[in-house]
Ligand binder design. Structure first.
Ligand code: PLP
Length: 376
């Protein structure tokens, strides 16, 4: 993708003819890549022989990121995309001994209080831009994408039906119904196991199966916003991260962050986190259960975490930093601690992407506390 605008400038402009039409296949490819990456002012030249150097700021590369300091929004849609960037915060609990740890708090998104608001918004936006005018969206979800889509349905005035796997906490049905969604609780254990049923029902009912697992709007929104805003935040803080750690469900956010940082920044290691065999950690799953975008990139390692390790790590953060991360955030924190304790990390700055907070997981936390009291 236009080699992700190496360094902080773009050398050379796209050749156009006298009417402004983009010339040549390669030039067209670069033109569309720049547009996808959020470049607002595409550099064009009628003289291909004179390279010019353009700063990313001048191309509008960062214009999508608006710190919205007064936090006044015209409506709840603006509340999402003008509320970005989500915070990047230093964690005392995991810093020290040469390590400085930063968490990107994706629960500062307004609908599902999770990273999934970004894809709910972008998948619907792209569907509308591509001419979709239907009145029903069907989707398989472990909660968060469902909440984001329910919010989009409320705002745009369509209906949403959500298929949820058996292992997800009961509270999700209540939250999704409160947001106006129809909820189908299934007997299958993984969200991906539901895809065939959703596809079949959507075709039968003329509904749009929006498909977070295969819809490239998932990868793209994280490339254009999540990854880009993280880079800008790190630049502002004067931080050059040694590594980024994050969990994988569809692999959308971590594949995009990997693609972005490996191409554009370089030198940043990427660690992806999956549940250990047989373990259930809502939102994340094992690579071999099948995911799309992870195969577009090369993480430096995939780390395995048990549910107990995830819960204990989230409690470590909660009891020292005073914020309550969710289970998959706990898995990310646990993976960082494992890598550090095994001596596999060089000292320096690390970013942990925390997809959501702990408020949806009272059931799992209770279960953990009860198992502790019976064990003790
Ligand atoms: N953590 C939570 C709580 C999630 O809901 C999800 C996705 O459903 C993830 C992590 C994984 O994110 P992604 O689908 O971008 O891989």
């Amino acid at each position: 993708m236009a080699e992700l605008l190496q360094k902080n400038s773009l050398t050379s402009a796209i050749p156009v003819d006298s009417s402004g039409k983009v010339l040549g296949e390669e030039a067209r490819r670069i033109y569309w890549s720049l547009r996808l990456l959020g470049v607002r002012r595409i550099p064009a030249s009628r003289d291909k022989t004179v390279p010019i150097e353009l700063k990313l700021e001048d191309l509008g590369f960062y214009d999508d990121i608006d710190p919205a300091p007064m936090r006044v929004f015209r409506d709840t849609m603006e509340l999402l995309y003008r509320g970005w960037p989500t915070p990047l915060v230093g964690l005392r609990s995991l810093s020290g001994d040469g390590f400085r740890v930063w968490a990107k708090l994706e629960w500062y998104n307004p609908y599902s209080m999770s990273v999934k608001d970004r894809i709910g918004w972008y998948m619907v936006k792209q569907a509308l831009e591509n001419g979709w005018r239907g009145d029903k969206v069907y989707e398989a979800t472990s909660t968060n994408t469902g909440m984001a889509l329910a919010a989009m349905a409320a705002i745009h005035g369509f209906k949403v039906r959500l298929y949820i796997p058996r292992v997800i906490q009961k509270a999700s049905d209540t939250l999704l119904r409160a947001l106006g969604a129809e909820v189908i609780r299934t007997e299958k254990p993984l969200t991906v196991d539901l895809l065939e049923d959703v596809r079949r029902d959507a075709a039968r009912d003329r509904a749009l199966h929006i498909d977070q697992f295969g819809n490239d709007a998932n990868f793209l929104v994280h490339l254009r916003y999540t990854a880009k805003e993280l880079e800008l935040q790190l630049r502002t803080a004067g931080v050059n991260p040694r590594g980024i750690v994050g969990g994988i469900g569809t692999s959308g956010h971590m594949a995009a962050i990997t693609f972005y940082f490996k191409n554009r920044v370089g030198g940043t290691k990427i660690y992806m986190v999956q549940p250990a065999k047989g373990e259930v950690i809502p939102g994340i799953r094992r690579v071999e259960t099948g995911m799309k975008w992870i195969h577009w990139v090369k993480p430096d390692a995939v780390v395995e975490v048990t549910r107990r390790e995830a819960i204990e790590a989230l409690l470590t953060v909660a009891r020292r930093d005073g914020i309550l991360p969710g289970l998959s955030s706990g898995a990310v924190a646990a993976a960082f601690m494992k890598l550090r304790d095994r001596g596999e990390l060089e000292e320096g700055d690390y970013v942990l992407v925390f997809p959501d907070n702990g408020f949806k997981y009272v059931e799992q936390l209770n279960e953990y506390f009860e198992s502790q009291s019976t064990a003790g």
